[in-house]
Design a protein around this ligand. Structure first.
Ligand SMILES: N[C@@H](CCC(=O)N[C@@H](CS)C(=O)NCC(=O)O)C(=O)O
Length: 234
């Protein structure tokens, strides 16, 4: 029987099934990367809703798991050497799950690194830039009169979409015919930019061909649809 009682987060969010992987998340573009991955893998897991709107990710219990105060985070009771492993940062979690299961990460060394490269591209560029567009276009930053910050992130996001558009030319997925953690990392962000953030016009999404087709292919996957809604918001 797994014992996760040494993880303080379990005091506030108790594990009903400590033998299962524990996911602490909310269906945001970063959160859904992990729920989509777990759904794609068919791994059993227990999910805990962390309400970032109520600052729950800044509670001492959550910070004990992720000192950076952000979802998603996991505890895998069956980590390396059979010992529990706690992890934060969605890119690291995707890599860990891919290596643990041998899925969604090519085994060929060159293709493996290329996949990781595109995951880093999402983590370092797509996520932070699209997130800033969200802030300055949809959330509190809308009120700021000086539009230069919005323009800066808007232009950069448009440019990044262009990089993705070029990469997807003649390809089904970011890594050709292989659906990988690079797609899983990126789909939710593009969907959010043109959906929830309502920034499609700002980044001239209508002028793209490959990215919308790729997004549609991704959203047609049942595991993606399920993962986008896990955990259910209250
Ligand atoms: N680089 C991190 C970013 C995580 C992140 O920014 N999470 C957001 C939700 S999408 C969050 O928890 N925000 C809560 C807050 O900052 O208060 C990752 O990919 O895991």
């Amino acid at each position: 029987m797994s014992d996760l009682s040494s993880f303080p987060i379990t005091q506030r969010w108790p594990a009903q099934h400590p033998e299962l992987l524990q996911l602490y998340s909310l269906p945001t573009p970063n959160g859904v990367k992990v729920s989509i991955m777990l759904e794609e893998l068919g791994l059993p897991y227990e999910v805990h809703l962390i309400d970032i709107g109520k600052n729950e990710s800044w509670t001492p219990e959550f910070l004990s798991l992720n000192p950076n105060g952000k979802i998603p985070a996991i505890i895998d009771p069956d980590g390396p050497d059979g010992k529990p492993l706690a992890l934060f940062e969605s890119g690291a979690i995707l890599l860990y799950l891919a290596e643990k299961t041998g899925k969604f990460l090519p085994s060929d060394p060159a293709r493996r690194y290329q996949t990781i490269q595109w995951v880093f591209f999402q983590m370092a560029a797509i996520g932070p830039m699209f997130g800033q567009v969200g802030f300055f276009h949809k959330f509190a930053g809308r009120e700021i009169e000086d539009k230069r910050p919005l323009e800066r992130y808007q232009n950069e996001s448009k440019r990044l979409l262009g990089v993705l558009e070029t990469r997807l030319e003649g390809r089904q997925w970011i890594m050709d015919d292989e659906y990988t953690i690079a797609d899983i990392a990126t789909l939710g962000w593009v969907r959010n930019l043109v959906g929830f953030y309502g920034a499609g016009d700002l980044v001239d999404y209508a002028s793209l061909k490959n990215v919308p087709a790729w997004l549609e292919r991704g959203l047609a996957r049942p595991a993606v649809q399920r993962g986008l809604d896990i955990p259910k918001r209250p």
